[in-house]
Design a protein around this ligand. Structure first.
Ligand code: AMP
Length: 447
């Protein structure tokens, strides 16, 4: 199918051609005609599938057709969970809108509000925003939402994970009831379904990737590795397999900084982004990475949310996420817009439960390899051998290893910790690190 067949105006087709897009992606093919028809829509699509154009193009078309009455005020609102995603959506929207007369602006926290207020005062047709700053400016009476006729909730699952439900409901209450609603989510929990019922009216459902599944263009691989040898393995893979750029995920902010430093020490350029860095530092890190000044970007889940890094060949889960859904989000950073990608997970013995949770969620067993020299063999004790089981821990074994599910679980709580170093998103969702009693039995398997 070509873009010409989707019912888009010549101005939008010209902009799309200028971007170099030759044909619509599956989500664009399905969503654009539906959104143009005026229906509410619930779409399961991850960043990287071309979803941004699938809602921004029809919004631009609708708004350019409607005559402007009176003062220019926001007629479309796009809510995103993070500043980076808001900035990305805004930049895409501007390129698609370049041959129209429509104006858009982006609003997010962490930066001075004055330029945003000035932009609103000039009059805008489309506002892209994160919930907190939007409400902040609304409360200061810098914008009205009474003229909104199209509303997009992007990455709704992540919004809820970040605790934005209250803000979203408040924002919805400030808009006119008669409007078109579009909601995007990569995963569908019970909470998301409830939200869907509350504000979408007879939505059409578009599924480009089945809920909670991973993009098929992505090759997934796991390496069994000692925790202490993960950096060494990463550096070896980067060098020996001559990787280009890679995005590497860690679970904690501190872990991101640490890893980035160690990669630099190995002579590979690297930068870390996480919630403790200022907006300026995050923007610069991302810009340097995009310009290929930096080879490795180390990120926490929250910081990486919505990053648009085209054709990223490698994504590495240096630590497995303790929320299974985050795995789906993370590996959505590769294999973008039809390009092939590889998602590699480093699994240390204490992360076996996380791996099981992820595999259950995606309904797929990730092929695992044991790279030579990177995993200490764990032999069964005589007693366990007699019982036909794996052995318990040796006294001098590192604590993390003793707690692994492979063997030797001591009955301590294995819930993901509330460590403040872990970025906030982990507060909700499926916790795959929670050991059920049956998980606590010593396992016959060892590596
Ligand atoms: P998104 O999922 O919206 O973040 O888009 C991911 C990437 O795909 C962005 O870099 C877009 O510029 C790009 N893209 C979107 N639509 C197309 C298309 N039809 N053909 C090629 N690339 C596209």
């Amino acid at each position: 199918m070509s873009f010409d067949e989707l019912g888009l105006s010549p101005e939008l087709l010209k902009a799309v051609a200028k971007q170099g897009y030759t044909e619509p992606t599956p989500i664009q093919e399905q969503a654009i005609p539906l959104v143009l028809s005026g229906s509410d829509m619930l779409a399961s699509a991850q960043t990287g599938t071309g979803k941004t154009a699938s809602f921004t193009l029809p919004i631009l078309q609708h708004l350019s057709k409607k005559e402007l009455k009176g003062k220019r005020q926001p007629r479309a609102l796009i809510l995103t969970p993070t500043r980076e995603l808001a900035a990305q959506v805004s930049s895409n929207l501007r390129s698609y809108a370049q041959f129209t007369n429509l104006r858009s602006t982006v609003i997010y926290g962490g930066v001075n509000q004055n330029p945003q207020v000035r932009a609103l005062q000039q009059g805008q047709d489309i506002v892209i925003a994160t919930p907190g700053r939007l409400l902040d400016l609304y409360n200061q009476r810098h914008l009205s939402l009474r003229a909104i006729s199209m509303f997009v909730l992007d990455e709704a699952d992540r919004m809820l994970d970040m605790g934005f439900l209250g803000d979203i409901k408040k924002i919805i209450s400030l808009m006119p009831e008669k409007r078109q609603n579009l909601m995007f989510s990569a995963t569908f929990s019970g909470e998301i379904k409830k939200l869907t019922k509350e504000f979408l009216h007879n939505p059409v459902t578009v599924d480009v990737s089945p809920p909670n599944s991973t993009v098929t263009a992505i090759a997934q691989k796991a390496y069994r590795v000692d925790k202490a040898k993960k950096t060494e393995l990463l550096v070896k893979l980067i060098n020996e397999e001559a990787w280009g750029q890679a995005l590497v995920f860690t679970r904690t902010k501190h872990g991101a900084n640490n890893l980035s430093d160690r990669i630099e020490k190995a002579g590979i350029s690297s930068v870390a982004i996480h919630g403790n860095k200022s907006q300026g530092a995050r923007t610069k890190a991302l810009a340097d990475f995009k310009r290929k000044k930096v080879q490795i970007l180390v990120a926490t889940d929250i910081a990486a949310r919505g990053l648009d890094i085209p054709l990223l060949p490698h994504v590495v889960n240096f630590d497995l996420p303790n929320i299974s859904e985050d795995y789906v989000h993370r590996i959505g950073r590769t294999g973008r817009a039809g390009a092939d990608g590889v998602a590699i997970s480093f699994v240390s013995p204490d992360e076996n439960n996380y791996l099981r949770g992820i595999e259950k969620l995606i309904d797929f067993t990730i092929p695992a390899e044991v790279p030579e020299g990177f995993l200490t063999p764990r032999k069964p004790s005589k007693k366990a051998m007699a019982r036909g089981e794996g052995r318990g821990p040796r006294r001098n074994e590192p604590k993390s290893e003793r707690n692994s599910s492979g063997s030797g679980f001591k009955g301590k709580s294995r819930r993901p910790s509330n460590n403040s170093d872990i970025e906030k998103s982990s507060s909700k969702g499926q916790k795959n690190g929670t050991a059920k009693p049956k998980d606590r039995k010593p396992k016959k398997r060892w590596y």
